[in-house]
Design a protein around this ligand. Structure first.
Ligand code: GAP
Length: 510
C-alpha cells in the first residue's frame, strides 16, 4: 500500500479522471475552453453525493447549536441573474476592476500591468527584482539589488525588463517584490472585476447589462425579508443555498481548483449582533468536522485563522475569518482553500437596505428591539470539495492490476456496487441483470458489466472506486451463492444471492 503522506501526482489523478469519466475538459472536441470543466457520469454522481450530503446535514438534519437547541436552517434557490443593482450594493461592481498582484511579505497590492521585473540578460535567471512602472527610484533600486546579487556592477544593457502581468509561476518564484526582501512572495495576477457580463432582452444595449452571479450569497441577502415574512424562522437562523457561480478568473489553474464556472454551497447565518463570536466558533468547528466526515484525512485538512490584514472589507471588525484548507498535490506541502467561514457583520443587509430603500431589519419579539442582524457565512466550493475527494481517494497499490484504486467513503462513492456475470452464457447474464435491477432502486448507481475478463472488470471498478463487486458464476445456479469482492482489501467471499441486499446495506451505511 502507498504511503498516504507522500505527494500524489496531479497529472496521474487528472489522467484517471479523464479515463474513468469523472471530469472532462469542457468543449473538448473544439479544443476546450480555459477554466471550464464538465463532469462525466462518475464525476456528476460524486458531486451530487457531496452536495446531497451538504444539503442533508445542513438544511434537513443539522446538529443542535451551541446552546443545545435545534438549528434552524431553511433552503433557497435564487436566480443566477439578478437585478444588476444587487452587485452595485454588494460592492462587486465598481470595486474590483483590475488584475492585481499582492505581495504576501509587504502586504502591498499592485496593479498587475504596472509591475515589471529586472533580470540578468545573459540567461542566468535565478533572481529578478520587481519595480512599479514610472517609479525611477524603485527601478534603480531593483538594478542595484540585482547587481549585488550577481556580484557585479550592472548597466541597463546587462538586464532585461519583463512585464509581470503574464508572469509564469516559475518567474514569480524567483522575483523579489518592490517592497519585499525575499523572492516568491508575489501572487499571480487576479482580476478584481471578476464578473461575467451579459445582456437581458433583445436590444443588448448597456441599459440591459446584467451579470452572472459571482457568489450565491447575495441571492440570500436580497431574499432575507421574503424568508422572514413567509416562514416561522426566528433569530438565530440560517438560509442555505447551493448553485453555480461565475468568475472571470485571470489565471484559472490547477484543474478545477480555480475555474471560471463553479458551484458554491453557502450558508448565511443570521444572529443578534452580540452573538457573532459564539456562532463564528460554532460554524468554524462544525464545518471542519463536516469535511472530515466526507473522508478527508485529518492531517490533510486544516483550519487557518486569517490575519487581520487579510480580512475582507466586510469582516474587518468582526469575530474573524478562517478557511478550511486541504493539502492538494499542487499545494503540497502547503494547503488550498476549500471553504471560508467569515463574520460578515451587518454589512450586506445594510448595503441592500441603503440601495433598495427596503427596510431589512429584524424585530426581536423577546427583547422588543429592532436591529439589523449580523451574519456568519460558511461558504464552501463544491468543485474544490470534489477535487479534494478525488485527490484523497487516489490510492496507489502496485500489487493489483490497476495499480491504483479510488478509496471513497461509502457515502461519497459514486458507484455503490457492480454486478458481473462471469461469462455471457448459461443464464448468468439474466441472473446478474435481475440482481442489478433489484439493487439500483435501493442503492443508486450500480454497474452491470459483462465485457472482458473478470480481472479487467475488477481493475475498472477499482479505478472507479466501486466498493463491492458481485459475480454470478457457474455455481450460482446450483447453490444460489455469489462471490463478493471488496475494493480496499481485494478480499473475496461467497455469500447467498438472497443476502446481497442486506450485505450491501450493512456495509454502505457508515
Ligand atoms: N460569499 C463568499 C465567497 O464567495 P469566496 O472565498 O470568494 O467567498 C467561497 O468563495 C468558496 O468558493 C471558496 O472557498 C472556494 O471553495 C470556492 N471558489 C471560489 N472561487 C472559486 C473558483 N474560481 N473556482 C472554484 N471554486 C471557487
Amino acid at each position: 500500500m502507498a504511503d498516504q503522506s507522500e505527494k500524489k501526482s496531479m497529472d496521474e489523478i487528472m489522467a484517471l479522471c479523464k479515463r474513468r469519466g469523472f471530469i472532462f475538459q469542457a468543449s473538448e472536441i473544439y479544443g476546450g475552453i480555459n477554466g471550464f470543466w464538465d463532469y462525466g457520469p462518475l464525476g456528476a454522481q460524486l458531486k451530487k453525493n457531496l452536495k446531497d450530503a451538504w444539503w442533508q446535514d445542513t438544511v434537513l438534519t443539522p446538529p443542535p447549536g451551541p446552546d443545545g437547541r435545534p438549528l434552524q436552517i431553511v433552503g433557497l434557490d435564487s436566480c443566477i441573474i439578478q437585478n444588476p443593482r444587487v452587485w452595485v450594493a454588494s460592492g462587486h461592481v465598481g470595486g474590483f476592476n483590475d488584475p492585481m498582484i499582492d505581495c504576501r511579505e509587504s502586504k502591498r497590492r499592485y496593479r498587475a500591468d504596472h509591475l515589471f521585473s529586472i533580470a540578468l540578460a545573459d540567461g542566468a535567471n535565478t533572481r529578478a527584482y520587481a519595480f512599479v512602472d514610472g517609479d525611477d527610484e524603485g527601478k534603480a533600486r531593483a538594478l542595484k539589488l540585482l547587481g549585488k546579487y550577481a556580484k557585479r556592477t550592472l548597466s541597463e544593457s546587462d538586464v532585461t525588463v519583463t512585464p509581470l502581468a503574464k508572469a509564469t509561476p516559475d518567474q514569480l518564484a524567483i522575483t523579489v517584490g518592490p517592497d519585499a526582501k525575499e523572492p516568491g512572495t508575489l501572487t499571480e495576477p487576479r482580476a478584481f472585476n471578476l464578473m461575467f457580463k451579459t445582456y437581458v432582452g433583445a436590444t443588448a444595449s448597456e441599459d440591459d447589462a446584467a451579470y452572472l452571479r459571482p457568489e450565491t450569497a447575495q441571492g440570500i441577502f436580497v431574499n432575507f425579508k421574503n424568508v422572514i415574512d413567509t416562514t416561522r424562522v426566528k433569530l438565530p437562523f440560517g438560509i442555505a443555498q447551493m448553485g453555480k457561480a461565475f468568475r472571470n478568473e485571470v489565471t484559472p489553474r490547477n484543474f478545477t481548483f480555480r475555474s471560471r464556472e463553479f458551484e458554491q454551497m453557502e450558508i448565511e447565518f443570521f444572529c443578534a449582533p452580540g452573538k457573532t463570536a459564539e456562532w463564528y466558533r460554532f460554524w468554524r468547528d462544525l464545518r471542519l468536522a463536516w469535511w472530515r466526515a466526507t473522508g478527508l484525512r485529518s492531517d490533510n485538512l486544516m483550519l487557518r485563522e486569517h490575519e487581520r490584514d487579510e480580512l475582507a472589507h466586510y469582516a474587518k471588525d468582526g469575530a474573524g475569518t478562517s478557511d478550511v484548507e486541504y493539502r492538494f498535490p499542487f499545494t503540497h506541502p502547503g494547503f488550498g482553500e476549500l471553504e471560508g467561514i467569515a463574520d460578515r457583520s451587518d454589512f450586506d443587509l445594510k448595503q441592500h437596505w441603503s440601495h433598495s430603500k427596503v427596510k431589512l431589519e429584524y424585530f426581536d419579539a423577546d427583547t422588543q428591539e429592532r436591529y439589523v442582524p449580523h451574519v456568519i457565512e460558511p461558504s464552501a466550493g463544491a468543485d474544490r470539495g470534489v477535487l479534494a475527494l478525488l485527490c484523497e481517494a487516489y490510492t496507489k497499490d502496485p500489487s493489483r492490476p490497476s495499480k491504483v484504486f479510488m478509496k471513497f467513503t461509502p457515502r461519497m462513492s459514486p458507484l455503490k456496487a457492480a454486478v458481473f456475470p462471469l461469462v455471457a452464457k448459461e443464464g448468468m447474464p439474466e441472473t446478474a441483470e435481475k440482481l442489478h435491477q433489484e439493487l439500483k432502486p435501493r442503492f443508486g448507481m450500480v454497474e452491470f458489466d459483462v465485457k472482458q475478463t473478470i480481472g479487467k472488470r475488477y481493475a475498472r471498478m477499482d479505478e472507479a472506486g466501486c466498493p463491492y463487486c458481485f459475480t454470478i458464476d457457474g455455481d450460482t445456479a446450483k447453490d444460489q451463492s455469489v462471490t463478493v469482492r471488496e475494493r480496499d482489501t481485494c478480499a473475496q467471499e461467497r455469500i447467498g444471492l438472497d443476502r446481497v441486499t442486506e450485505y450491501l446495506a450493512e456495509r454502505l451505511k457508515s
